[in-house]
Design a protein around this ligand. Sequence first.
Ligand code: SF4
Length: 320
Amino acid sequence: MACTDCPRACTARGPRSYCGLDRPGRVYWQGVTLLEEHELAPTYEVWLTGCSLRCRFCTVPAAIESPRDAPWHAPDDVLDRALAADTPPFRSLALVGGDPTVSRPWVDAFLPRARARLPGIDLVLNTNMYLSGPQAAADARAFDWIVGDLHFWTADCARRLAGASDYPDVARAAAEAVADAGGRLILRLLLLPGHAACCGRPAIAWAAELARRSEGRVLVHVMAHYAPAGRAQGHPELGRMLDADERALVALLPDDVPRPRSTPLADRPARPATARDPAAPLRFHADGSVLLPFVTGDLLPLAVELDPTLAPRLAYLDPD
Ligand code: SF4
């Protein structure tokens, strides 16, 4: 029977499907990270393998190119790990990928268990938004936050870089469905090198209008930290950092548009001395850049060395 979990509509889930995922619920990495938006951090992140887009610049290429290599975990096993005595404190739990929507049956089983076992913790779906409007609306009602990417604005860019010419239309409709359903959305716009005119500028203008009519429930996060990762390394178009003009697009977001940190500051959870972080990979690239896909407490001091603007986040490491 055809899989309906994403618009690819493969004839069957498994090695020959687009995502390549045979069993929803394979977990690539899980642990507490400290650099998600202020509204969410610290966040317990569950990185599920498999993706409906496979963008060239994905920071965890192994999770999307070898989705069956990661171990499968029952939802309660993941929650047992999140609730372990040595897990650092967190304010939200996010399902991340790849894209968690290709693990839909597992996500549907996980949600009620997480609600029952993590009272007071916001549940977050972090997605590329390549999902139908009705599904996006249902997710908006089931999760406390949707963190949604809009990677490309034009069909041509989406076709060339992610093999999905319908992605921009689908993702914009999904974002509007989340807003119309009353959901809280952090809309992430990752600026890409060479895509200021075709993607960056129109995406910022559209996101600003969506946020303005959403009564503060849609926050727009224009991100200028792009660095070539995965299959973007050496790519003629994506294989460089943003230039100054491209980074300056961040200023196009009008001041009246809600963005992360627009909401009141939340209390910082105290970190016990017994807290332990799982090992997280570090990648050193030939151009001298360093990629930290998961910035845990162990890696935050290094991240601050590399980018001093992150220094305020060191507060998360203060002992209680
Ligand atoms: S979730 Fe995977 S198998 Fe299902 S339609 Fe999407 S890409 Fe195909």
